[in-house]
Design a protein around this ligand. Sequence first.
Ligand code: HEC
Ligand SMILES: [Cu+2]
Length: 319
Amino acid sequence: MLVGCSGDRSILDPAGQAAREVAWLWWGMLAFSTVVLVVITALWLYAFRGGRRVARSSRDEQRIARRWIIGGGLLLPGLSIVLLLAFGVPVGQRMLPLPLPDGQQVERIEVTGHQWWWEVRYPDAEGGEVVTSNQLMMPVGEPVDFHVTGADVIHAFWIPRLGGKIDMIPGRTNVIRLEADASGVFGAQCAEFCGAQHTNMQLHVEAMPRDDFNAWLAERQAPPEQSDDHQAARDTFVEHCASCHRVAGVSDGQQGPDLSDIGDRVSLGAGRLAMEEGAIAHWLRHHQQLKPGNRMPSHDHLDAETLDALGAWLETLSP
Ligand code: HEC
Ligand SMILES: [Cu+2]
């Protein structure tokens, strides 16, 4: 149980105001329910005590029973719920995207859940929209509005150390406002069961100072550089992969993750395997074993050299 108290995905190790309030609420609820548990257990043991029984008339018995039903069955739960709401509602309220008093603009990041990967868009980036997948960069020390939706089924957006969570519903956009106190890497996970590979739907979240964040966005304004060495792999890609994947300057597929900066990522397959030399070729050969049922068809009809060449080219794609 103690494993849950800290680490990458622990709500008890908050790294932002919203998460801190959620954590306090959680501790408060734990304390309150512990008191209830102790009192009920004490009463229960008391009921088993030995000794003489007091003889009472049936009217008295009824009166006592009614007292317990009204007090313990109506008043106590009623009060508890009112108390919980008094603390819980304001916590939720502060995660709403309300206008800021000083009219400050809030950074907007759009996140779409797909089976089983994350599409992340920065519509307000200077110089034009930036798109990436399975990784989310955000500025630190300022509120960020996450506009979330689902592409196929219901997913949920959850960065436990920053607060949340919120459903990603097809045909609807939900907004949650979160803020990170300090730079760092946070784990995030789809939090609504969405099919076989729900577990392997993880998101790498990185909070960084505003200047670094702007630089990160600016880097992605130009398409990745291409060298002639990889012409053959690019041709294979255009033939077999371009209908699903976008690589800026090469293709515009929308069914799978944007690969324009794939060489710059920390993981593949939404956290399924770490990015290292040869990892993309490994993914291309074995992705249906690594992540069974994922929505990318296996490419067994392409020989190993072709897949390796594709992997080697994709690894060079970095802004
Ligand atoms: C029918 C659409 C489709 C085709 C065709 C397709 N892919 Fe994919 N690809 C996907 C989807 C969907 C995913 C996400 C799988 C997951 O993680 O659940 C994916 C994931 C990937 C990833 C990992 C991306 C990441 O962000 O971790 C790479 C790399 C990749 N594909 C390369 C290729 C290459 C190279 C080809 C051609 C040989 C190809 N794909 C053909 C749909 C497709
Ligand atoms: Cu899910």
